[in-house]
Design a protein around this ligand. Structure first.
Ligand SMILES: NC(=O)c1ccc[n+]([C@@H]2O[C@H](COP(=O)([O-])OP(=O)(O)OC[C@H]3O[C@@H](n4cnc5c(N)ncnc54)[C@H](O)[C@@H]3O)[C@@H](O)[C@H]2O)c1
Length: 278
């Protein structure tokens, strides 16, 4: 049976680890060929080798527009086309009180988290328009891009920016056959979150239990959960989905546990009074 991405070519930034690596695996399993774009040279090259002629690694700093343009060109040169651009690379960025964040730390964080997405949309769209085949672009935002209080200030601002840029460009590029969507993961086990919750980016086991404990699904998000969302958005099944932000958080963060508490309160009232409603 043909895969859901048979014949398609995707560039996946941050593809050497975490969510990006999970997406490379899922996309290739569904028939795609992938360009892994990352600053981690050894890990990225070794990971690409696992997939033989289905993947190549291109060292890319997504904060550098020339390098993003070059990785899009590499996809077209090596595989002959680009159908999907997954702007996914990211970092936690500058942390701390707003009064103490240095201006250059703000700028570098915005470059990696938001300007990178602009560069990715711009150069992928140019290549897709030139090909005449259309395509789709997926941007990784975060639940922190939808409400405050789920990440540091700069990260929150950048991820809100990713939502705005996704929605804004979707209306310009939609008529050209290019869909632009975003995924907003909740707490997902990766090197980034392992470092955040355990102090070590390798401690995925402890990160898994720490992140999962407060989620209504009683488990942490996994890279495969986000990869499955990316697969849907990259596939033709999503051909009428444009400008959408797909939240993948087990209802843990955007809805939050206030709703959960209200449900508990409701059942208590029903049990005690036999009434439905307040
Ligand atoms: N893990 C979560 O809980 C979570 C939640 C919401 C959003 N996100 C977002 O998901 C994306 C992937 O993060 P992850 O959790 O898989 O973390 P990760 O650290 O495992 O992966 C991030 C990847 O991006 C790469 N990268 C960092 N800076 C780069 C640069 N300048 N140029 C190119 N590559 C660069 C890293 O080398 C790494 O391979 C990020 O945008 C992150 O903000 C993650």
């Amino acid at each position: 049976m043909a895969g859901r991405l048979e014949g398609k070519v995707a560039v996946i930034t941050g593809g050497a680890s975490g969510i990006g690596a999970g997406t490379v695996e899922r996309f290739i399993a569904e028939g795609a060929r992938c360009v892994i774009a990352d600053i981690q040279v050894d890990a990225g090259a070794a990971f690409a080798q696992k997939f033989g002629n289905k993947a190549i690694f291109v060292k890319t700093d997504v904060a550098n527009e020339n390098e993003v343009e070059a990785v899009v060109a590499a996809a077209v040169k090596h595989f002959g086309r680009i159908d999907c651009m997954f702007n996914n690379a990211g970092i936690l960025g500058a942390v701390g009180p707003v009064t103490e964040i240095p201006g250059d730390a703000w700028s570098r964080s915005i470059d990696v988290l938001l300007s990178s997405v602009f560069y990715g949309i711009k150069h992928a769209a140019k290549a897709m328009i030139a090909s005449g085949n259309g395509g789709n672009i997926i941007n990784t935002t975060s639940t922190a891009g939808l409400r405050a209080g789920l990440g540091p200030h700069v990260y929150t601002a950048a991820k809100h920016g990713v939502v705005g840029l996704t929605q804004s460009t979707s209306t310009e590029l939609g008529p050209l056959g290019i869909r632009v969507n975003a995924i907003a993961p909740g707490g997902t086990v990766s090197g980034l979150t392992a470092w955040l919750v355990t102090g070590s980016s390798d401690n995925l086991t402890d990160a898994n239990s720490k992140i999962g404990v407060s989620n209504p699904m009683r488990r942490a998000g996994q890279p495969a959960d986000i990869a499955n969302a990316a697969l849907f958005l990259a596939s033709d099944e999503a051909s009428y989905v444009n400008g959408h932000v797909l939240v993948v958080d087990g209802a843990g963060e955007v809805i939050g546990d206030r709703n959960h508490r209200f449900v508990q309160l409701g059942s208590q009232i029903v049990q005690e009074t036999g009434r439905i409603g307040l």
